[in-house]
Write a protein that binds this ligand. Structure first.
Ligand SMILES: Cc1cc2nc3c(=O)[nH]c(=O)nc-3n(C[C@H](O)[C@H](O)[C@H](O)COP(=O)(O)O)c2cc1C
Length: 172
């Protein structure tokens, strides 16, 4: 899939079939993540892959979007390793790039997934359940599976609402 086509056609997928996702695909997705750019090439992202139903069940209780985690064959918790942090803003931005790479990779593999952020309100509990050390700070959980086939639409603001030419208030 062409990169721009992948960027444009990726949609958040929240309903999955019963089909499993192979370890190879999960590895490929994380491999795409680790090739994201990062400030000073710091690569402060860390991943915990969750497949066991009891663990998914425990995580699902921490978010309004729990049914997505429960129904996805695999979820990946993405952390910032704060022991390896050099600049909080830049490290977190880099992890955003990493997560987007992962979403695009799963889309290119014909899989579907969604970036779950609402669960961050219970991030300490996530660490307890996954036995992650305190210096791992949860950035997101990505739920991944084979998408239920349906049309998914999403809107974006027009460039004209977002961009100025040369100076602020300069009309695009
Ligand atoms: C930081 C962040 C947090 C998000 N948190 C959630 C979430 O908790 N639950 C959810 O269903 N979707 C979540 N999303 C997905 C967005 O709702 C989705 O990307 C947005 O509506 C645009 O739709 P699209 O991804 O299909 O283009 C999150 C996305 C981002 C980037």
């Amino acid at each position: 899939m062409e990169t721009i086509e992948a960027i444009r056609s990726r949609r958040s997928v929240r309903e999955f079939t019963d089909e499993d996702v192979s370890d190879k695909a999960v590895e490929e997705i994380m491999d795409a993540g680790r090739w994201a750019p990062s400030g000073l090439n710091n690569q402060a992202w860390r991943f915990i892959v969750v497949r066991i139903p009891e663990t998914k069940e425990a995580l699902s209780k921490l978010t309004n979007y729990g049914s997505i985690i429960k129904n996805a064959p695999v979820s990946i918790a993405v952390f910032l390793d704060s022991n390896q942090m050099y600049d909080r803003t830049k490290d977190i931005l880099s992890i955003g790039a990493c997560i987007q790479n992962m979403l695009l990779a799963q889309h290119s593999l014909g899989l579907g997934g969604v970036w779950l952020g609402e669960i961050l309100k219970k991030k300490e509990r996530v660490n307890e359940i996954l036995q992650a050390p305190d210096f791992y700070e949860l950035m997101a959980v990505i739920a991944i599976g084979h998408p239920v086939k349906k049309v998914r639409v999403s809107e974006r603001k027009q460039l004209g609402e977002l961009v100025f030419r040369e100076k602020f208030e300069g009309c695009w």
